[in-house]
Design a protein around this ligand. Structure first.
Ligand SMILES: [Zn+2]
Length: 69
C-alpha cells in the first residue's frame, strides 16, 4: 500500500522532523526534488524519499553527502 503524500503533509513532516523549511509549494511525486531551506540559511534540493528514508534533512554544508556507512 502506498501512503499518499500531499504537499501539506510533506510540509508538516519537514517541520516536525527537521529544522529545515519546505519552500516548494507543489508536490508531483517521489522523484521530484523539493526545495528546502536549512536551519543555517542555505537552500538545498532533496527528493522527499531521501529526506525521509535516508535522513538527509540538512543542506550539504551541515550534512556532507559523501558520508557513508
Ligand atoms: Zn545547513
Amino acid at each position: 500500500m502506498n501512503k499518499r503524500w500531499t504537499i501539506g503533509k510533506i510540509k508538516d513532516f519537514v517541520e516536525k522532523n527537521s529544522e529545515s523549511t519546505l519552500l516548494t509549494t507543489e508536490y508531483h511525486g517521489f522523484s521530484q526534488k523539493l526545495q528546502l531551506k536549512c536551519a543555517c540559511g542555505n537552500n538545498f534540493e532533496k527528493t522527499f524519499t531521501k529526506f525521509k528514508n535516508n535522513n538527509q534533512r540538512k543542506c550539504d554544508v551541515c550534512q556532507p553527502p559523501k558520508e557513508s556507512r
